[in-house]
Design a binder for this molecule. Structure first.
Ligand code: KG4
Ligand code: ZN
Length: 341
């Protein structure tokens, strides 16, 4: 079969990224320009600034990518792009860029849902084996997904409020730590002890999650300690918070693996970089004889390589978009693939 080279574009939040991926699994080259330093002083992503930064970077990223890959645009077979969900202004820059390249080259345009990309980041390390359960843990999503085959997504559980990465970022903010909070809280959690009495988030038999309660408990804890004039042991708050979050994510994932009788677990999204989550899931997977896949750490947070991996399988399934493709700030991966409306 002919090799398929995908030029992939991801601009859904604060990373401008492009990648060339061969056959959905081999990274030829990737460029990621992150805006973290720009948004840090605001304590979070400022949408208007993010879209302006994407405009400034995108053509530079394309030139750099082709140079790094030593390829010409005519060697590309398909164009994959994140069409949603994400920040609408940011998404539009990537979508317009992809449509322009598709128009100029005449190559097929493949719309990719951001979460499909996060899941397929695992395919860059090792081929996914089906059926599988994917635990999606990012700044915008916390989902348990059943996949019986390539590009078939059935959500079996989801967060009822905050996503887990969002909870990490908010807890970091309350504690006066840098943005993005996840990596900082993760690091401090390994230096502290589980001494604070925080609630376990939605500890029930469902596959749903809820992280707003534990976040509010941290807000109240910090507020009360300040009022009493007590010093807050920041590392201990991080350890206590992380312990409970990781416990629940592991427990619900384990239940899903049992009920759906799969022996492959893939973890996806920015929080998949979390050291405690990796260790806890590894232990659980070993005890239950489950094959466990994590993306490489560099492919956990937003990048175009994962979009290029997913685009290949979307292409194989016949998914295409035309030049009417629009960005979608909110879109479900789980209700079929109506892309152009
Ligand atoms: O997947 P991602 O890059 O963007 C979204 O699609 O949302 O995820 C970003 C999220 C942020 O909330 C960030 O704090 C979190 O992933 N994150 C982590 C870690 N590294 C990134 N959370 C916990 N521990 C980490 N090591
Ligand atoms: Zn993401």
């Amino acid at each position: 079969m002919k090799d398929i080279y995908c030029l992939a574009i991801e601009s859904s939040c604060d990373e401008t990224s492009m990648s060339i991926i061969k056959n959905g699994c081999i990274e030829i080259s990737t460029v990621v320009v992150t805006q973290i330093d720009i948004h840090k002083k605001f304590g979070g992503v400022v949408p208007e600034i993010a879209s302006r930064s994407h405009i400034e970077s995108i053509t530079i990223v394309l030139d750099e990518l082709l140079e790094k890959a030593k390829m010409g645009i005519e060697e590309i077979d398909i164009i994959g792009v994140t069409y949603g969900p994400g920040l609408i202004g940011s998404l539009l820059i990537g979508v317009e860029c992809a449509k322009t390249i598709s128009l100029v080259t005449g190559k097929p345009l493949i719309p990719v849902h951001h979460i499909a990309g996060h899941i397929y980041a695992n395919n860059l390390s090792e081929r996914l084996t089906f059926p599988l359960i994917a635990l999606v843990v990012s700044g915008g999503h916390t989902d348990l997904v059943y996949m019986k085959e390539d590009y078939s997504f059935e959500r079996i559980g989801s967060t009822l409020d905050d996503a887990v990465g969002e909870a990490y970022d908010k807890v970091a903010k309350i504690l006066g730590l840098d943005y993005p909070g996840g990596p900082v809280v993760d690091k401090l959690a390994h230096e502290g002890q589980d001494t604070y009495d925080l609630p376990y988030p939605l500890d029930d038999k469902s596959y749903n999650f809820s992280f707003s309660g534990i976040k509010s408990a941290v807000v109240n804890l910090v507020h009360n300690e300040k009022q009493r004039g007590n010093e807050i042991r920041v590392a201990d708050v991080c350890t206590s918070f992380q312990q409970r979050v990781v416990h629940i994510l592991t427990k619900k994932t384990k239940n899903a693996l049992k009920e759906y009788r799969v022996n492959n677990l893939v973890v996806a999204g920015g929080v998949a970089a979390n050291k405690a989550l990796r260790a806890s899931l590894a232990e659980m997977a070993q005890e239950n004889n489950i094959k466990l896949s994590f993306p490489e750490v560099k492919f956990c947070t937003d990048n175009a390589a994962m979009i290029g991996a997913a685009a290949y399988y979307a292409y194989q399934k016949g998914i295409r978009a035309n030049l009417e493709l629009n960005a979608k700030a909110i879109d479900s991966l789980y209700n079929g693939t109506k892309i152009n409306d």
